[in-house]
Design a protein. Structure first.
Length: 82
């Protein structure tokens, strides 16, 4: 299955992002040894699922481990967009 790779910003909890994706029906797994790199399965293909996955990540209002810092929607980029 095709996937999108997303690097969860430092200081934010990948588990919260994984939970939000799972609630919306997307399977995601962290890269072994790199918990901040998530591989998100795209059943319809990366280009078809990209916008929906971005919206899900944007909807996670706070994921800061210590600070409760909100996601900056402008900073949500997948590895292939960098």
């Amino acid at each position: 299955m095709d996937s999108l790779d997303y690097v969860v910003p430092e200081g934010q909890d990948p588990a919260v992002v994984l939970t939000a994706l799972s609630r919306e029906g997307y399977s995601a797994t962290p890269e072994p040894g790199q918990v901040n790199l998530l591989h998100i399965d795209c059943p319809s293909g990366p280009e078809q699922d990209r916008a929906a996955i971005r919206r899900i990540i944007e909807s996670v209002h706070t994921t800061g481990i210590d600070s409760g810092a909100p996601f900056d929607p402008g900073s949500i980029r997948f590895v292939d967009e960098r």
